[in-house]
Design a binder for this molecule. Sequence first.
Ligand SMILES: CC(C)(COP(=O)(O)OP(=O)(O)OC[C@H]1O[C@@H](n2cnc3c(N)ncnc32)[C@H](O)[C@@H]1OP(=O)(O)O)[C@@H](O)C(=O)NCCC(=O)NCCS
Length: 305
Amino acid sequence: MTLPDFDRITTDRLPEPEVLFSLCQWMGLAPEFTSLLMEALPALQADPAVAERFPRDCHHYRTCSDYEKFRPTEAEALSFYYAFVHFASLPTMRNQWLARGIPETQIQITAGEFDRWLHRYREQHGVWGFDLINWSSVYAQGRLAPLGRLGFEVIPFPAFCHLPEKTGTTPLLQAGDPVISVHIPAKGALTPADCDHAFALAREFFPRYFPEHNYKAFICVSWMMDRQLALYLPPESNLIHFQNRFQPAVVDNANDDSFWSFIFNIPKRPANLTDMPRDTRLRRIMLEHIEKGNAWQIAAGYIPR
Ligand SMILES: CC(C)(COP(=O)(O)OP(=O)(O)OC[C@H]1O[C@@H](n2cnc3c(N)ncnc32)[C@H](O)[C@@H]1OP(=O)(O)O)[C@@H](O)C(=O)NCCC(=O)NCCS
């Protein structure tokens, strides 16, 4: 395939339509998403306020280490403004990965994750838009590789996680230790075979392309690590099979927000549970558990290298 003219994708200004089109092709975006972005571009190009803020936001996007660096408004999400901030970072990310020897196809697959973020917005809001600019920055910084069914991110072991204390021993993981954080994108069933394959890919990928990140373990911080799920779901279910790969770890000040966002597509627990849909086993057990007076909490797990 013809590569986009990456020199014309800059942090100074929005891309020209033909450059945007070839970038969308390179990312493998569905024609529907390419059209959405092509249609969004003229209004943004015509807005002097956008021209003024774009270079500043692009700089902030690449350099700010605070995860919550942007708080997109609904209007910004619907305008796709932040998609263009993200796209402007792709040439740098691509150069960094090429310098590591990472193949172009893997870079394209990584950039192509963008389409799922549009799906996510639609699941939550019923219309197309893009607001996952803080999450996409992890990709823009070249820290996350989608490998098969899972995503794997190079991180230091977070200070808000702890391994359970065992008397007289030093825990395997301390805050700051190099680890690989495992992410589970919403793209169909999480079969054990697909996960085995993804972990096998990660075990080859990181020593080869990120040798300086001598990771001590894979970790996962998620609602999927709450061990109470195993009280309700059978061991052979995909969720429990996945959970059982990991040894339990603790998350400080854990809450249940991501249960609501990933299982019901709403940001927080609603005041009234009676009208919540009970169409899948997971949704039913989640509500039943709370109705019995219990609570869910995100947790962590780890797999030593
Ligand atoms: C992770 C995921 C792929 C697991 O799905 P799965 O492979 O279908 O899991 P299981 O087969 O073990 O599911 C058991 C039951 O829970 C239901 N279920 C699983 N995940 C669900 C979800 N996110 N929302 C609603 N119901 C769900 C399944 O439909 C099934 O119920 P059923 O028998 O009535 O169909 C799925 O939860 C998902 O796509 N989640 C969104 C991404 C996410 O949460 N990532 C982690 C972020 S921290």
